[in-house]
Design a protein around this ligand. Structure first.
Ligand code: MN
Length: 197
């Protein structure tokens, strides 16, 4: 039976809301086409397999290296990515427990942001830079290639930057640094706070 269990998540904003940092054209392709393709591929692989009925997180944790892990990883990565934004006029900075954890691990929010930007600027090829939580509840910054996700390494994904060129090329061409600077203007810290629980 084809259950096609996965769908694109609903966005809490319109495709025009993140411009000019992330244009409607970028979102139309990135959310509407790239993300949709990963979802369609994943559904095709999960239908009639013993992964049917598992959550996306469990598939990401358990899939052996290969096409299923790649597509499941990309579905979860894009879900985390697109759910963490809101219009720039509403974006603020971390507060409460999240702020405490960031300051404890990096000294300050600015230091964390700089560490992620530096990591993302120097990452070669397609992949993602992550803020994650390790086994001891400490925040860490790391990059992973292609569709890999911190869950596959035993860490909790908290915030993510898509470094595939499809994420920024239409708006910034080769100017990854400018994409990274603007990325921080779009983060919905209330969504990020829910991920540390
Ligand atoms: Mn992407």
């Amino acid at each position: 039976m084809k259950t096609n269990p996965f769908r694109l998540p609903e966005l809490g904003y319109q495709l025009t809301d993140l411009a000019p940092m992330m244009s409607k054209q970028t979102l139309s392709y990135h959310y509407g086409k790239h993300f949709q393709t990963y979802v369609d591929n994943l559904n095709r692989m999960v239908n009639n397999s013993h992964f049917e009925g598992l959550s996306i997180e469990d598939i990401v944790r358990k899939a052996p290296e290969g096409p299923l892990a790649n597509n499941a990883g990309q579905v979860l990565n894009h879900q985390l990515f697109f759910e963490q934004f809101l219009p720039a006029k509403d974006a603020k900075i971390p507060s409460g427990e999240l702020q405490f954890l960031i300051e404890q691990s990096f000294g300050s929010f600015d230091a964390m942001r700089e560490k992620m930007n530096k990591e993302a600027k120097s990452f070669f090829g397609s992949g993602w830079t992550w803020l994650a939580m390790n086994e001891e509840g400490k925040m860490i910054v790391l990059s992973l290639p292609n569709g890999d996700n911190p869950l596959r390494h035993g860490w909790k994904p908290i915030l993510t930057i898509d470094l595939w060129e499809h994420a920024y090329y239409l708006d910034y061409q080769n100017r990854r640094t400018e994409y990274l600077e603007n990325f921080w203007l779009l983060i919905n810290w209330r969504v990020i706070s829910k991920r540390i629980v």
